[in-house]
Design a binder for this molecule. Structure first.
Ligand SMILES: Nc1ncnc2c1ncn2[C@@H]1O[C@H](COP(=O)(O)OP(=O)(O)OP(=O)(O)O)[C@@H](O)[C@H]1O
Length: 355
């Protein structure tokens, strides 16, 4: 457990009714191969106040989609409980489903019908009367900035517009909590920015709670708070700033004439509990107050005949936070920081100049 789960950055005390989502010990297991159990979600405690934009991050297979299915009352928990928009997912699943909107990775739109026709049909499926369905279709099209494309067949819309139309569909029944599973995957940066502009407007104008999974760092960075899940377990929860502050370490990178020798020299100088890695950027040390290390490391390397071409110290990024808690990069499809080699940790007696 990290400081971010229990320490000064934990959610401040607010009344139960102010939460859009609360879970305690929420768990879901599936039968695995040969009589084993897969713990897809394992004892999850989440607190999401109303009106918050909450990023839910985790490597592939971490349990994000299962959590969303549990919170939307589409799957039954094996243990624990959850309340969404004031309704218990086990005791009042219909009420939960009425209060939530969902945006899945794959669109449910008919490409040959217009934007408006698609929304009208979905509104009718939600049980809205003809008049109400027509009105809501018009309102949600306006909300996502697609009024001028209302009569366009969906197949003629750009990828970003289709995503916004999916969001509009999720809003038809005016849900209090909107779940968005990777809402911008596959979109270009401009379309992604537009989707987020509309999501932020939704939050600001209507106080909607947004629960979002994403593989894009900069999107998580702009959320109010973030939870990181790994192998079904919550490993961190807090604001982006708090999560970065909690891990503390800066990333010091030295590009040198001989990274192998440099790695050995840095290894001897760094505290014994630090991994010194070499990747395509050069030799990397993670340590607090990184800039203070640069002159000392450069002097030591010069003493060993190693030239330093470039040196930098950067504050932790969200990817560092993710890496710290899961051992992987947020870009889950890519291996973390490869190619990377690690020098075995020195014993205390080997370390010199450690702090
Ligand atoms: N219906 C199911 N039956 C058996 N195992 C399942 C089922 N659904 C999910 N799992 C397993 O539960 C774990 C969590 O899966 P889940 O889809 O929730 O992860 P995820 O974080 O959403 O992954 P991704 O980012 O790849 O979408 C995985 O090991 C997955 O194989």
């Amino acid at each position: 457990m990290t400081a971010s789960l229990t320490g000064p950055h934990a959610t401040p005390h607010i009344p139960e009714s102010a939460y859009a989502i609360r879970t305690r010990g929420l768990s879901k297991s599936y039968p695995g191969p040969e009589g084993t159990l897969t713990h897809a979600v394992d004892g999850l405690d989440l607190d999401v106040p109303q009106g918050e934009t909450f990023a839910f991050l985790g490597p592939n297979g971490a349990g994000k989609s299962t959590t969303i299915a549990l919170l939307c009352a589409l799957a039954r928990p094996t243990a624990g409980h959850a309340t969404v928009a004031g309704a218990d997912v086990l005791a009042r699943p219909h009420e939960v489903r009425r209060q939530v909107g969902m945006l899945f990775q794959h669109s449910a739109m008919d490409p040959d019908l217009t934007a408006d026709q698609n929304l009208y049909i979905h509104a009718r499926l939600y049980g809205l009367s003809r008049r109400h369905a027509r009105r809501r279709a018009t309102e949600v099209l306006e909300l996502v900035g697609l009024t001028d494309r209302r009569c366009s067949p969906v197949r003629t819309l750009s990828g970003g517009m289709r995503r916004r139309l999916d969001i509009a569909r999720g809003l038809l029944h005016a849900p209090r909590v909107l779940f968005l599973d990777e809402p911008t995957t596959g979109l270009d940066p401009y379309a992604r920015a537009q989707v987020w502009e509309h999501l932020r407007a939704l939050r600001d104008r209507h106080g909607s709670t947004l629960f979002v999974t994403t593989h894009y760092l900069e999107e998580a960075e702009n959320c109010d708070r973030i939870a990181i899940i790994d192998r079904g377990r919550l490993v961190a929860q807090g604001t982006p700033v708090a999560l970065k502050t909690d891990i503390g370490d800066d990333r010091v990178v030295l590009s040198t004439s001989d990274d192998v020798t440099a790695q050995r020299v840095v290894r001897r100088m760094a505290p014994s509990n630090r991994d010194i890695t070499v990747d395509s950027d050069g030799v990397c040390l993670r340590a607090p107050d990184g800039s203070a290390w640069i002159p000392r490391l450069c002097a030591a390397l010069e003493g060993h005949g190693v030239a330093v071409h470039a040196a930098s110290a950067t504050a932790p990024t969200l990817d560092d936070v993710f890496f710290h808690h899961t051992g992987r990069s947020l870009h889950a499809t890519q291996p973390a920081r490869t190619p990377t080699t690690t020098v075995p940790r020195a014993t205390t007696s080997e370390a010199e100049g450690g702090r």
